[in-house]
Design a protein around this ligand. Structure first.
Ligand SMILES: NC(=O)c1ccc[n+]([C@@H]2O[C@H](COP(=O)([O-])OP(=O)(O)OC[C@H]3O[C@@H](n4cnc5c(N)ncnc54)[C@H](O)[C@@H]3O)[C@@H](O)[C@H]2O)c1
Length: 302
């Protein structure tokens, strides 16, 4: 069945989510108060589709709309992909509850904010949930579907089925915790990566070389718990008895990270973060990531 999809926010994530649904045959309405984001919406989607050799005419199903009400008035499903700001998202969902039809599913694409907090002002919490997509949404398969204590499980399942139908790999998150599943795992690794550099065990480039050249090679086909079963749970226990006490337990962001920011080392945008980056190196890395993601999808579809 073709659902009417509404997307709030036409930035990096919003335009990519719109692309996924339009390509799958759905009508997609998009709202963003930024003129430039709206003016360039179809153009950005056409570019992505043509780079991938996909049907650019799918863009004709994407409709930029001028106001929020017009965007969601006939929606079956609303995805919010606006700024990562709790107060903004709370206010927006309080409005969406009134503007969208009573049956519409309401989902936030927040990276880490608990959905329960975002939906605090919404009275019909049964139809609210998180849908955490990954960048770029049209190349990374996973979408976490996050239930709160108020979410109707049948509506979360409806979202899960819709995402599967449009070619995504949905994963159900049963408890609404900060960072859900993917970002908790990802940032547990980043915390230790930063601690290793801060302790002088190696430099930042070496951390990345180790990850990419070792367990990172296996990760696309061997998850951590598959790996634990592969080596055996008793070996996993023995390793944890030695290693876990030595791993960073800092309960907040690393002082090393805070120091980088104080020094103006903001990453690629300032030319230096953990490492230094020329504009050419930045462009090369971005292109390499895209090539890799495309190649993985192509290999999987063979
Ligand atoms: N970038 C990522 O890798 C990524 C991955 C997963 C989730 N997310 C989350 O998705 C959301 C969007 O992230 P992004 O990277 O697309 O950000 P972005 O800055 O590229 O896009 C945000 C868009 O929201 C628009 N916006 C501002 N005020 C608005 C309003 N009042 N109503 C509607 N739109 C408004 C902006 O004009 C902008 O186009 C955030 O919550 C972010 O944490 C991002």
């Amino acid at each position: 069945m073709s659902e009417q999809i509404s997307i709030i926010g036409a930035g990096l994530m919003g335009h990519g989510i719109a692309q996924v649904f339009a390509l799958a045959g759905h009508i997609v309405r998009v709202y963003d108060p930024d003129f430039q984001a709206m003016a360039s919406l179809r153009e950005r989607i056409v570019k992505n589709l043509s780079d991938l050799g996909q049907d650019v005419s799918a863009t004709s199903r994407v409709f930029p709309t001028e106001d929020l009400g017009q965007c969601v008035t006939s929606a079956d499903v609303v995805f919010e992909a606006g700024p990562e700001d709790l107060a903004f998202k709370q206010k927006l969902f309080a409005q969406l509850e009134l503007l969208a039809p009573a049956h519409a599913l309401l989902a936030s694409n927040t990276s880490v904010i608990p959905i329960t907090d975002i939906m605090a002002e919404v009275k019909t919490g049964n139809r609210t949930m998180g849908t955490h997509w990954w960048n770029p949404p049209y190349l990374v398969p996973l979408v976490e579907v996050i239930k709160t204590a108020s979410t109707d499980p049948t509506l979360a399942q409806k979202m899960f089925d819709l995402l599967a139908e449009v070619g995504k790999t949905p994963a159900m998150v049963e408890k609404d915790v900060p960072g859900f599943i993917g970002n908790r795992l990802q940032h547990a690794l980043w915390r230790e990566a930063i601690a290793i550099v801060a302790e002088g065990i190696c430099d930042a480039e070496t951390v990345d070389t180790v990850v990419k050249g070792s367990f990172g090679r296996r990760l696309p086909v061997l998850g951590p718990l598959e790996n634990a079963d592969l080596v055996g749970t008793e070996l996993t226990l023995a390793i944890h008895e030695t290693v876990l006490p030595a791993i960073d337990h800092t309960p907040g962001p690393s002082p090393y990270l805070k120091q980088l920011i104080r020094e103006g080392r903001l990453g690629m945008k300032s030319g230096e973060g953990f490492r230094t980056w020329t504009p050419e190196q930045q462009a090369q890395l971005r292109a390499k990531v895209l090539r890799h993601l495309k190649a993985m999808n192509a290999a999987e579809s063979c």
